[in-house]
Write a protein that binds this ligand. Structure first.
Ligand code: PEP
Length: 241
């Protein structure tokens, strides 16, 4: 059985006081077992988050380049040095606003693996692509192009763009069907692969996803900023809520 993976993506939406408050609240709760819990804080707070009980660290992005003259960038080796085990690559906000193409995302994922990190490769269709009935082929193309030339041991986050931060989550059936398609697309390349869902996941809808076929976990944005809400989501993933 695959251990569920629940990742908090705090984006640039929390300050140091918020991180400290999360930590105090989280660490006062019973530790989580049977679920891999991961937090991706803003990079300056990675050291603060390292004190969270039972939580692995994740970068929110990584440079596609090796160490060198790249002002403002963060090398995969640096994330590894400060204790990260995972890094998100190709989040739709970065694809949209930082111009990250599938080719760049593939390079980032490769750099991550070379430094011993597990890449969390984000894919997902915008609303006009779904409306045109082309979501499956669009996501398949993203997956194959963004996961080119990787080794075993990666995570794909299926995050429909229209579901991120909108309050309008995909249905569990839509997520399940896309996850199974993603697994089929990569079946002959990678055996160690988890496919997680992201997009307006909340404590009250998360169990529908974690019990759906092909869904191995969740990537949670807004609802991960409160320790209570994120703890409840992790608990639901193991049926302990
Ligand atoms: C995200 O940005 O990865 C995300 C899933 O956000 P939200 O949960 O807020 O939709």
């Amino acid at each position: 059985m695959i251990t569920p993976l629940i990742i908090a993506n705090w984006k640039m939406a929390i300050d140091k006081n918020g991180v400290e408050a999360f930590k105090a609240d989280w660490n006062s709760r019973p530790p989580m077992t049977g679920v891999d819990v991961v937090v991706a804080p803003p990079a300056p707070y990675l050291s603060v988050v390292s004190g969270l009980t039972g939580v692995s660290l994740c970068g929110q992005t990584v440079s596609e380049n090796d160490m060198g003259a790249h002002t403002g960038e963060i090398a995969a080796a640096m994330l590894s040095d400060v204790g990260c085990q995972y890094v998100i690559v190709g989040h739709s906000e970065r694809r949209q606003h930082q111009g990250e193409t599938n080719a760049i995302v593939a390079q980032k994922a490769k750099r991550a693996q070379l430094a011993g990190l597990t890449p969390v490769v984000c894919v997902g269709e915008p609303s006009h692509i779904r409306a045109a009935g082309k979501a499956a082929s669009y996501v398949r193309d993203q997956v194959l192009s963004s996961c080119d030339d990787l080794s075993d041991g990666l995570v794909i986050a299926y995050e429909p763009v229209w579901a991120i931060g909108s309050g309008e989550a995909a249905s569990a059936d839509v997520a399940s069907s896309m996850h199974l398609d993603i697994k089929t697309a990569l079946a002959d390349r990678y055996a160690d692969l988890r496919v997680i869902y992201g997009g307006s996941v909340k404590p009250d809808n998360c169990a529908a996803f974690t019990t759906a076929e092909g869904v191995d976990g969740l990537l949670v944005g807004g609802a991960s900023l409160s320790a209570e809400s994120f703890w409840n989501i992790c608990a639901a993933a193991i049926g302990a809520e």
